[in-house]
Design a protein. Structure first.
Length: 349
């Protein structure tokens, strides 16, 4: 998609809004000080604090670091509401904000709603982008527009399935890939984004590629991999079995798993979730998942994988830690002190 010569790989960190906004900004400031390029915040109204409140606090408390939602949605939030909120953040951090959108998984599930369909995503994105561009829109006979649309806001779509990957290539400014870091799974995902771009008459390089990956800097990859079993199980549970199989991971997880709240990825009792998922995800499968979908290993190994991703056209990576209800303090420190210096210096090759 994008040429690796288009600039240095941007490395971001995912920070769940799990605490008061004024306390969370300390994590963002620390990430900025250590050289992270971006901080991304997920959105789930019952799990965390309001994402746009946290983004506002982060915008006011930082100077350089990019900020993004990873991701909000157009199901629990009307596109017009998202447009206004995004504009408000972008005004405080001009040139630093990316609006990341998805189908709404952890936002819709806890309130009994369903994720957005492909058709709903297309319609919502079209409306949202029109409002952000200052265009007038017909809301069922009432024509309205967003007053003071403000600075330009890149809109990125998180996707794992072929349809939404193609949709990202067709109408979004970027794709947030949930498809792993291995060359085979990455190539499969980016081919769908490229197909969407070409079908829309766009140049493939117009769509930036961001890879989302769980990360652990460790000398004990098996121990870290065991902690990832709920993530692997959730991918299999939510239509990702084909992607796992492409990486040589065969797991069969039931559609509903008892004893985990609110879901596998955001389990409040992570140790219990790991134990439950061990009946479907073996240690060997978890280790392969860590190798193919995540960035797990020594700092030097992670640097090599990051450079390989950039060589394959990835423009940005944002790293996630295991756990939804604490800030990624250890990951910020380990990546900031061990990985980013190696990436900048060219070591780890």
């Amino acid at each position: 998609m994008t040429s690796p010569g288009d600039g240095a790989l941007r490395v971001g960190i995912r920070i769940p809004p799990c605490d008061r906004a004024d306390r969370l900004v300390e994590s963002v400031r620390r990430a900025e000080d250590l050289g992270f390029d971006q901080a991304w915040f997920p959105d789930s109204q019952l799990l965390w604090r309001d994402v746009f409140t946290v983004l506002t606090a982060a915008a006011l408390a930082t100077e350089r670091i990019g900020l993004g939602s990873a991701v909000t949605n157009l199901a629990t939030r009307h596109p017009a509401v998202v447009a206004s909120a995004a504009r408000s953040v972008a005004e405080l951090a001009p040139g630093r904000f990316i609006l990341g959108l998805g189908v709404g998984n952890s936002s819709v599930g806890p309130v009994g709603m369903r994720p957005s369909t492909g058709a709903e995503m297309r319609a919502g994105l079209t409306l949202l982008k029109a409002l952000l561009d200052g265009q007038e829109w017909d809301f069922g006979g009432v024509r309205s527009r967003l007053r003071d649309p403000g600075p330009e806001i890149p809109v990125h779509l998180a996707a794992s399935g072929p349809r939404n990957l193609k949709l990202a290539g067709e109408i979004a400014d970027g794709a947030i890939l949930l498809s792993g870091v291995s060359p085979k799974t990455l190539a499969n995902a980016t081919s769908h984004v490229r197909d969407g771009a070409i079908a829309a008459g766009r140049a493939a390089g117009e769509v930036s590629l961001t890879v989302s990956a769980f990360c652990a800097v460790t000398d004990d990859p098996l121990a870290a991999a065991r902690r990832l079993k709920p993530i692997c199980a959730s991918i299999a549970q939510n239509g990702g079995a084909a992607s796992l199989a492409l990486a040589g991971i065969e797991v069969d997880v039931p559609a509903k798993v008892e004893g985990v709240y609110p879901d596998l990825v955001h389990a409040e009792d992570w140790d219990a979730a790991v134990q439950i998922c061990s009946q479907w995800v073996s240690d060997a499968a978890a280790l392969r998942f860590a190798e193919e979908f995540c960035l797990v290993g020594t700092a030097e190994e992670i640097v090599r994988k990051l450079r390989a991703l950039h060589a394959d056209g990835v423009t940005s990576v944002f790293l996630q830690h295991v756990g939804s209800y604490d800030p990624p303090t250890d990951l910020i420190e380990s990546v900031g002190s061990e990985v980013l210096p190696g990436l900048a210096s060219g070591s780890g090759l």
